[in-house]
Write a protein that binds this ligand. Structure first.
Ligand SMILES: [Ca+2]
Length: 482
């Protein structure tokens, strides 16, 4: 009898040990998976940071992040406006593949009925499937109806505004554009934009107090990191600024030499500093990859209230470099090899890169438009797996870059302003390494390069399948949309 009990005890102890060992394995495995923090600005230009050459905006925290990490000078977004660019980052796919890019409406609006389709797989969903805690903080702009909110797309929690900070505009206020053109320090009454703040799925504030919003986003991100420091975590912090209307907190308003636009950037920079300091204080810096970039280039028609693309041509809304090349920094002390990275990268590469670093299988049942950049980041390879960039605008392929060469099939200025759409029988051809400002058209000298780029573009377009247009769907318009 005693012997039987002892045997049972031994078996139980053995089983307990096996379970314990497995549990410990899982904890060790989980603790070894890196954390990811993506800090994504709105309408920040290539030339708006100190470390990317701005002469009167101070960004000491981003400058230090760039010095300690990898500063990317050829890093692109999936589209030159908010909604499609955000869809590209989170799904690793060109927005033309999932209906998140439209010629009818360029982005989602408060009366939109569409959003990111349930069939898409986001970075958050992939990481959540292997035990990550996931948070979206800031501007979403991938659909404000419940089925499209972050909590329906892999994020455990959400705190932020569902679309742009200039939407839900109210009557009876001064015209922002006119006021901004007169005064580089102008800011509008917050009541002018009745934008809500949503926590998970509930409106908790309306209008959002945009004076304090940058600080509060930063604090929400820090709070989430502190609360989930024992788990691997993914924080997607999408600042709603410096998209106009511009607002800065009391400690920053009037402090920069660049007017309120500079105040905004300096406040975002301070927030980056606080997040990096938190990671260091918690002992997480050596296990956390932080990425800083923006969704598209500067909104130039807003003059001093829009940013600067530096030496790059044009800005937001266009497929010139200023619209789609963004100041980008990767930081992971002890892991990311410090330096300036001139190889090609894009926001769509984050999904396969994170999958690789977290040992998650990326989706294999669909075409991805991203490549794994981890070899470049960790200093294991010198050459990017990405050798090309496709510049889509409003359901059309406007341009393609392969290596240093870029061919423009269609050119057009910022929507509503700038040069009209022009189709080029002979594409414009620029060598972006010799001529980053796209000033010197070399089409006549290199017809063979044009032919090669054209055939790559044709092959790419053959891989694009028509999808239900999510941006064209709106309230009061129940007609089927093709
Ligand atoms: Ca934007």
């Amino acid at each position: 009898m005693t012997k039987t009990i002892n045997v049972c005890r031994t078996i139980s102890l053995g089983l307990a040990l096996i379970f314990l060992t497995h549990a410990t394995d899982r904890i060790v495995e989980a603790s070894q998976k890196p954390n990811f923090v993506v800090i994504f600005c709105d309408d920040l230009g290539y030339g708006d940071l100190g470390c990317f050459g701005h002469p009167t905006i101070r960004t000491p925290n981003l400058d230090r992040m760039a010095a300690e990490g990898q500063k990317w000078t050829n890093f692109y977004v999936g589209a030159s406006v908010c909604t499609p660019s955000r869809a590209a980052l989170l799904t690793g796919r060109l927005p033309i593949r999932n209906g998140m890019m439209s010629a009818e409406r360029r982005v989602l609006f408060p009366n939109s009925k569409g959003g990111i389709p349930a069939s898409e797989i986001t970075i958050a969903e992939l990481l959540k499937s292997v035990g990550y805690a996931t948070a979206a903080v800031g501007k979403w702009h991938l659909g404000h109806l419940p089925e499209y909110l972050p909590t329906a797309h892999g994020f455990d929690t959400y705190w932020g505004i569902p679309y742009s900070n200039d939407m839900d505009g109210q009557r009876g206020f001064p015209n922002y554009s006119q006021m901004a053109r007169k005064d580089a320090n102008y800011f509008a009454p917050i009541e002018q934009y009745n934008v809500p703040i949503i926590h998970d799925t509930n409106v908790i504030e309306r209008p959002a107090n945009q004076h304090t919003i940058t600080r509060r986003y930063t604090e929400k991100a820090i709070e989430f990191i502190k609360d989930h420091q024992e788990k691997p975590f993914f924080v997607y912090l999408a600042h709603s600024l410096p998209h106009i209307p511009l607002y800065a907190g009391d400690s920053f308003l009037g402090k920069s030499r660049r007017g309120i636009f500079g105040d905004v950037i300096e406040e975002i920079d301070a927030g980056v500093g606080r997040i990096l300091a938190t990671l260091k204080d918690l002992g997480l810096a050596d296990n956390t990859l932080v990425v800083f970039t923006s969704d598209n280039g500067p909104w130039l028609p807003f003059q001093t209230h829009g940013g600067s693309a530096g030496l790059l041509r044009e800005g937001k809304g266009t497929t010139f470099e200023g619209g789609m090349r963004e100041p980008t920094i990767f930081w992971w002390p002890g892991k990311v090899k410090p330096g300036v990275q001139m190889e090609l990268g894009a926001t769509m590469d984050l999904l396969p890169t994170f999958c690789s670093l977290a040992s998650v299988e990326p989706p294999s049942d669909r075409i991805l438009d991203g490549w794994d950049l981890s070899g470049l980041l960790l200093g294991k390879t010198m050459k990017s797996p990405r050798d090309r960039v496709f510049y889509w605008r409003e359901e059309k392929l406007y341009a393609v870059r392969v290596g240093p060469w870029k061919a423009h099939f269609i050119t057009e200025g910022c929507y509503g302003l700038g040069p009209k759409r022009e189709l080029h029988d002979t594409p414009q051809l620029y060598h972006l390494e010799h001529d980053p400002a796209e000033k010197h058209n070399l089409a006549e000298l290199h017809p063979e390069v044009i032919a090669r780029l054209k055939s790559i573009a044709d092959e790419h377009e053959q891989n694009i399948q028509p999808m239900e247009n999510q941006l064209a769907k709106r309230a009061g318009d129940e007609r089927p949309v093709d």
